[in-house]
Ligand binder design. Structure first.
Ligand code: ADP
Ligand code: ADP
Length: 237
């Protein structure tokens, strides 16, 4: 479970990006984060993966405090947060399998020979994940030979390779056509259900959010202005 309590972020520039934001997400629940540009969505996601230091408030994942963690403890927590990106962030000249294995390290290695020394158990798991996302026949292809939808499937498998306890997803379909976008959103939703994983998806497309998330949190000027099932969105607007 992800728990955010009284989260506030004021940047050095004086921008108040988050104001006393609190919510909880349980396992298997997929939350879509919506709101106009500048509302604080990226800042919220960056606070959770600790790219940004909150001004105050607490964030915990399965009862371990993220906001105060440092050193080895922070690395352990970060390894349990699976990130999925808008532009996939694959290493183009590595194979699909190598890209998935790089999730094991929690960062993308540029040192290819390193990936050849992975334990067989990790390779087997990567293969199973590629099967789950429908890419087992593409394991040896280079990432740059794939379509956008296939790349995002690799991005999802890579996030799962690290056995995440939380998925943070940043505009996963921004570079995809509408049909592929729906397939990717459905896949993310199904996987969160299967693994009882909580997910936060920064999602630009409100219609997609309506179709594929369990709950929508609307941010505006750093505050939560909506937090309910997608069906309630019409009444609020
Ligand atoms: P969103 O992702 O919803 O577009 P952001 O979290 O990027 O919103 O931005 C929220 C507010 O914080 C905006 O006013 C933005 O200008 C400001 N902001 C974001 N990142 C920084 C930064 N690195 N330094 C200073 N201000 C920032
Ligand atoms: P996004 O597509 O997430 O809305 P932006 O264009 O808002 O991205 O921001 C791009 C980068 O600039 C981010 O790293 C963000 O943190 C930073 N940024 C955004 N607003 C500001 C700001 N007011 N001052 C400094 N950096 C900012």
């Amino acid at each position: 479970m992800l728990r955010i309590d009284g989260l506030t972020k004021r940047y050095k520039t004086g921008d108040q990006a988050l104001k006393n934001v609190s919510f909880e997400i349980s396992g298997g629940q997929v939350v879509g984060l919506i709101g106009p540009s500048g509302a604080g969505k990226s800042t919220l996601i960056r606070c959770v993966n600790k790219l940004v230091e909150p001004t105050s408030g607490s964030i915990s994942l399965n009862n371990r405090e993220i906001s105060s963690a440092s050193g080895g403890e922070l690395r352990r927590i970060r390894r349990r947060i699976g990130m999925i990106f808008q532009e996939y962030a694959l290493v183009e000249r590595l194979t699909v399998m190598e890209n998935v294995l790089s999730g094991r390290l929690g960062y993308v290695p540029f040192w290819r020979s390193y990936l050849r020394r992975f334990p067989q158990a990790d390779v087997d798991k990567a293969f199973m994940l590629l099967e789950r996302v429908g890419l087992s026949t593409h394991a040896d292809k280079r990432a740059d030979a794939l379509s956008g939808g296939q790349r995002q499937r690799v991005g999802i498998a890579r996030a799962l390779e690290q056995d995440p306890e939380l998925l943070l997803v940043d505009e996963p379909t921004a570079s995809l056509d509408p049909k592929t976008s729906r397939q990717i959103m459905r896949l993310i939703l199904e996987i969160c259900r299967e693994r009882s994983l909580p997910a936060v998806i920064n999602i630009h497309d409100v219609e997609l959010a309506r179709m594929f998330v369990d709950r929508i949190i609307g941010l505006r000027a750093g505050e939560i202005v909506f937090d309910a099932a997608p069906a309630k969105l019409d009444n609020a607007a």
